[in-house]
Design a protein around this ligand. Structure first.
Ligand code: LLP
Length: 453
């Protein structure tokens, strides 16, 4: 049967972000079930889930309380629409989200994925300015985004994206955005060193905002960590400064917490680290603990109020996906959030985060590791051919892919982003499981890049 599945997988499935010609040459990993920190394939092999199933799993796989919440909801109703109607779990979850997110975010607009949460934030921000009484705000139609940014794969979210490999080919389809350098300190876009840096990248943003604020609707950022760019960690204070600038120039701040939200950075939301209150916040991935597709775009009362009016005024937000506010997803999210409290998950993270920090020290000594970045439970290990010149390995050598195949052989699932090996352990992992994640990754990098075990 595994052979049959492999055959059908290669015959019928087009995998995302995957070069299918290469994929079809290799033996695929076909997952059959999950338990705690582990996934099991169809042959019964056991793997640690080192990327939380693409950054979503929070309390582990097969968590009884979440499974039960979904089943209980399923016994009531699987789906009913939110377009002009309500359902119980979506009401309870919205109340909860308003309570736990940064102050000021008082309204919840649901959708199903991070990309749609971002699309919605962009459209709300755009329409918000168009509906201001004052004519002078009608020109606020552009968005500012960062180089290397990743906000999803739909056309709007790609428009505010900044990863050439993914986004450049679509350039003619995208709306125009203003782009500013990102705080990628290992390869500083402004060529500054630790000694000469005083966050001039924020200065660049200020120059742009000062010049163009009359045309700018919003600035969108991934708070603290640019995830898909390779876990690029912003220097302390960066996010707070961006908030100050947005306030100063009357521009909406959109915080895309799709990757960093729900505990990943060591606090429930990354914005909390710098006491930042965004105007719009995008949530997805960890919101259901990794069980069902659900997303939310949170907005301030001021934004919400700008959409109120008589029917003839046409101020309605004409947007809504069919599965918006799906009761099963909302029930899973409620159970996920209850577990955060019951297991005191955030409190348990501190020890795990320092364990990782300590364990990552030895990676820095490796001959082909140029930079090791960590924020909370998010880790990026940037591989280079030459540490002095920071020259990357040639793409053809396929080093990162070989590293993850080696790790897989030893019972760990990880996934690279370009030249960066990503570790995104499940938040509920034990210290000994985290140790295995580090040990297997270190050995795999050594074996592939230095040819030794
Ligand atoms: N915003 C951020 C900050 C994200 O990291 C993501 C997805 C999204 C939005 C979109 O959420 P979605 O529509 O997928 O639910 N493609 C890369 C990794 C991207 C990780 C997913 N992030 C890869 O090849 O591994």
């Amino acid at each position: 049967q595994p052979e049959q599945l492999e055959h059908w997988d290669k015959e019928y499935v087009w995998h995302p972000f995957t070069q299918m010609r290469e994929y079809r040459k290799e033996k695929p990993l076909i997952v059959e079930r999950g338990e705690g920190s582990y996934l099991f394939d169809v042959e019964g092999n056991k793997y640690l889930d080192g990327i939380s199933s693409l950054w979503v799993t929070v309390h582990g796989h097969g968590k009884e309380a979440i499974n039960r919440a979904i089943i209980e909801q399923l016994d009531k109703v699987a789906h009913s629409t939110l377009l002009g109607e309500a359902n119980i779990p979506s009401i309870l979850l919205a109340k909860k989200l308003v309570e736990i997110t940064p102050p000021g975010l008082d309204y919840v607009f649901y959708s199903e994925s991070g990309s749609t949460a971002v699309e919605i934030a962009l459209k709300i921000a755009y329409q918000y300015w168009q509906q201001q009484g004052d004519e002078k705000y009608k020109s606020k139609r552009k968005f500012v985004s960062l180089v290397n940014a990743y906000h999803g794969d739909t056309i709007g979210s790609v428009s505010v994206g900044g990863i050439d490999l993914f986004h450049k080919i679509f350039s003619h389809l995208l709306f125009e955005t203003l782009s500013v350098p990102a705080p990628y300190c290992y390869r500083c876009p402004l060529d500054l060193s630790k000694d000469t840096c005083s966050m001039q990248c924020v200065g660049e943003m200020e120059i742009l905002l000062a010049r163009h604020h009359r045309e700018i609707a919003g600035v969108i950022v991934e708070p603290l960590v640019q995830g898909a760019a390779g876990m690029i960690v912003a220097p302390e204070g960066y996010l707070g400064k961006v908030r100050e600038l947005c306030t100063k120039y009357n521009i909406l701040l959109i915080a895309d917490e799709v990757a960093v939200g729900f505990g990943r950075t060591g606090k429930l939301f990354a914005c909390e680290h710098e006491n930042v209150k965004p105007d719009l916040m995008c949530l997805a991935k960890g919101i259901t603990g990794g069980y069902l597709p659900l997303a939310a775009t949170m907005a301030t009362g001021e934004i919400y109020n700008a959409f109120l009016g008589g029917i003839e005024e046409c101020k309605t937000f004409y947007h809504g996906h069919t599965y918006t506010g799906n009761p099963l997803g909302c029930a899973a999210a409620l159970a996920n959030l209850e577990l955060f409290e019951k297991d005191k998950l955030i409190e348990t993270l501190e020890e795990k985060i320092s364990f990782l920090t300590h364990g990552l020290e030895r990676f820095k000594e490796l001959k082909h590791v140029g930079d090791v970045r960590q924020k909370g439970m998010m880790v990026g290990i940037e591989l280079v051919e030459n540490k002095e010149t920071k020259e990357p390995f040639p793409v053809r050598a396929n080093i990162p892919h070989r590293v993850i195949l080696e790790a897989r052989k030893n019972g760990l699932i990880i996934r690279p982003l370009g030249n960066v090996i990503v570790l995104m352990p499940i938040l509920s992992m034990s210290l000994s499981e985290l140790k295995d994640v580090l040990d297997i990754t270190c050995a795999a990098i050594k074996k592939v890049t230095e040819g030794e075990a």
